[in-house]
Design a protein around this ligand. Structure first.
Ligand code: DX5
Ligand code: ZN
Length: 234
């Protein structure tokens, strides 16, 4: 059996900037953790009420970090802006299923730049809606929202873990990311039902030890291996 690695993608939307922590310091903390990505929530004030940042933020972080850029576009008509994010250095570029009139050309465009194409589904969108799209082979990542898109620190909606399981059942190979309401209590279940990437905002950034929290979200095998190596050294 192959060892399945679960990746953590901390969402900087949850950083409490009032604590006067700088963006560079946050990047540095994540660089020194076992996070694989930095999750960037782009909101346009239309698809969701809040407005956040644009491609300049992605470019800034890209130039200062070795981590992969996991860009989550919560914007209307994403086809109008995807090129900006491709240029800015996204590694995964995710658009919302609900925001696209014609999603296939959008995914093809993303892939043409060797970037992983993601499709996000909001809680009210059932998994079966993706069935035909998954069959096209154009989707690299399915991002299942665990909360309504728009804000950090909401409670995980029951049934979203089952949705992950349903998608895993439909497609054994697609990368599944779960975003919103992920915490140290539900992480194990989410890993078990087939999630590959755990996006986490408040669980990571409200914790005292960001590095340990990220490791805990990834699960026990990281620490089991650490123990094994320790034994060897003894
Ligand atoms: C919500 C965003 C999430 C959010 C996650 O619209 O897509 O990425 O920042 O935050 P937590 O983990 O606090 O729910
Ligand atoms: Zn997100």
């Amino acid at each position: 059996m192959a060892l399945k690695m679960v990746r953590v993608s901390p969402s900087i939307l949850a950083v409490d900037w009032q604590n006067e922590i700088t963006l560079n310091a946050v990047i540095d903390q994540l660089e020194h953790s076992s996070a694989s990505f930095i999750h960037l929530d782009v909101m346009d004030g239309k698809f969701v009420q809040n407005k956040t940042f644009d491609e300049k933020m992605v470019e800034y972080i890209r130039n200062r970090s070795t981590l992969m850029m996991d860009v989550h576009l919560m914007v209307e008509n994403p086809e109008k802006v995807i090129d900006n994010y491709l240029k800015a250095g996204a590694d995964i570029l995710t658009v919302h299923y609900e925001a696209c009139k014609d999603i296939e050309p959008v995914l093809k465009r993303i892939r043409s730049k060797n970037v992983l194409a993601g499709v996000a589904i909001s809680p009210k969108t059932p998994a079966y809606k993706l069935k035909d799209l998954l069959k096209t082979g154009l989707v690299d990542v399915v991002l299942v929202m665990g909360v309504e898109p728009g804000a950090s620190a909401q409670t995980f909606i029951p049934g979203m873990a089952e949705k992950v399981a349903e998608i895993r059942e439909m497609d054994k190979n697609v990368i599944i990311s779960i975003d919103g309401g992920v915490n140290l209590k539900n992480a194990k279940l989410l890993r078990t039902v087939g999630a590959n990437i755990l996006v986490s905002g408040s669980t990571v950034f409200k914790s005292k030890n960001i590095r340990k929290t990220i490791q805990a979200l990834r699960g026990s095998w990281g620490s089991k291996f650490a123990k094994l190596f320790k034994k060897d050294e003894d």
